[in-house]
Design a protein. Structure first.
Length: 283
């Protein structure tokens, strides 16, 4: 029988999972989580731990918050043990473990592409390669990839040899820029974009128009997570259409350092309120 979860206290106890030392390209995971936890401590009692330690430490906490914990590829066994332990004990996890985006691998790109949603066309079988738009180059990425680990860009003649059931194939698109939309629960918070395509993490504020927000909300609603932080990554195709690149619902980096102080404070308030709602719903 799973141990009983402690009753919620006036100041709930959160286990905050992060890899402060992960060497992310162009990002400072540690700085972002040090800032965010410093603010969340105003409402919650917090303890930080490495993702490899989360399964062993989650007892006694009211919830686990998974943040900048790095690509799961580097600790798959520990992540599996964490999910199993959290499920067995009934410990709530934020984001909830029911996400349909990157949390579950990248198969969702196949499903959305097949359904005609505005995503970069994606296949995973040799016999389906002719469904992709003709291109001189193709992107080949692992189904369980993250942070561009294992991603390759190859010519048309090389694609067929790489399709082995473990990768996805997409046409290489000469997009104008990448843009990310950030949501807490289902509420839009801010958008950032990379005006230079060769500098993905040099981000600037992006003024999202009604069409942009409608695009992003469709994927947040498709994901059916009532609570949590999601980042919808898209690219602006040559015809002006936005296409989904990724739906990051496990541990999306937030690029809070690209926001002004007022926007950061608004975001922290939104996350704090979301966590309180989440804990009440789980209580």
């Amino acid at each position: 029988m799973a141990p009983a979860r402690p009753h919620l206290r006036s100041r709930p106890r959160l286990l905050y999972v992060t890899d402060l030392a992960y060497p992310a390209r162009g990002r400072r995971y540690g700085d972002e989580d040090v800032f965010l936890t410093s603010r969340l401590r105003e409402d919650f009692d917090l303890a930080l731990c490495h993702p490899r330690d989360a399964a062993a430490l989650l007892d006694g906490f009211d919830a686990v918050v998974v943040r900048n914990s790095g690509p799961v590829l580097s600790y798959q066994d520990a992540y599996r043990a964490f999910r199993e332990r959290a499920t067995a004990t009934g410990t709530p996890v934020y984001n909830p473990l029911t996400g349909r985006g990157d949390m579950a691998g990248k198969r969702y790109l196949l499903e959305l592409s097949a359904a005609g949603r505005p995503v970069i066309p994606t296949v995973d079988r040799t016999e389906d390669l002719d469904r992709l738009p003709a291109a001189d180059r193709y992107v080949v990425k692992p189904r369980l990839g993250a942070d561009s680990v294992g991603l390759r860009i190859v010519g048309r003649d090389a694609v067929g040899d790489l399709v082995d059931g473990s990768v996805l194939v997409q046409p290489h698109i000469d997009f104008a820029y990448e843009v990310s939309f950030y949501f807490v629960d289902h509420d839009f918070q801010y958008a950032l974009y990379a005006p230079r395509t060769d500098r993905r993490w040099q981000l600037e504020p992006y003024r999202a128009g009604p069409g942009d927000l409608e695009f992003a909300r469709r994927f947040v609603e498709w994901n059916t997570l009532d609570h949590g932080i999601q980042r919808v990554d898209a690219c602006r195709a040559p015809d002006g259409e936005l296409l989904l690149v990724e739906l990051e619902d496990l541990n999306p980096y937030l690029s809070l350092d690209a926001l002004d102080e007022a926007s950061r404070e608004t975001f922290v308030s939104a996350v704090t309120a979301s966590l309180h709602r989440f804990l009440r719903a789980a209580g």
